[in-house]
Design a protein. Structure first.
Length: 158
């Protein structure tokens, strides 16, 4: 696959480098992995990073040695190639296996809110602030604010 210069620039503009990991600041999928669209197709950001470095996709898997789903730094301690068996063993060793139970609140790596923010959202809505205004304040959609206030999301937070 050939990436355009515009796509590469867009990809790189969504990375914040720390002393250890290079964190993806763009969209996240439901498991908290970085995601970026190309021609209407969603790609995993860590796999794109690997492709940009080596000119090919990791086969069969791109593993996170650092155990940070948002990391796009390519290298053995971070994003590297491995087998599906390696990926499963690593997942089990680190207790990241999905048990069928939803990951609520901050245990969900894609969460944008914290319990403190949820309480603030509910307090603001109780004081009759508009859903849209609350959404802008917290960087979430109006419908997400409604779901928080109605108790559909974050219902475990009082």
């Amino acid at each position: 696959m050939k990436f355009t210069e515009e796509f590469i620039h867009r990809f790189r503009s969504r990375i914040t480098k720390t002393q250890t990991c290079w964190l993806w600041t763009g969209s996240l999928d439901y498991k908290g992995y970085g995601a970026i669209s190309l021609s209407g197709q969603m790609l995993k950001a860590h796999r794109v990073a690997f492709h940009l470095r080596y000119g090919r996709w990791p086969s069969p898997c791109g593993l996170h040695g650092c155990d940070t789903p948002r990391c796009v730094r390519v290298g053995k301690a971070h994003v590297h190639e491995g087998t599906c068996a390696d990926n499963t063993a690593q997942m089990m060793r680190r207790s990241r296996n999905y048990t069928g139970e939803p990951r609520l609140g901050i245990s969900n790596s894609a969460a944008k809110l914290t319990p403190r923010k949820v309480r603030s959202i509910r307090r603001l809505r109780k004081s009759r602030m508009a859903l849209a205004a609350i959404g802008v304040l917290f960087g979430i959609s109006q419908s997400q604010v409604h779901n928080v206030v109605a108790g559909r999301h974050w219902r475990h937070v009082r």
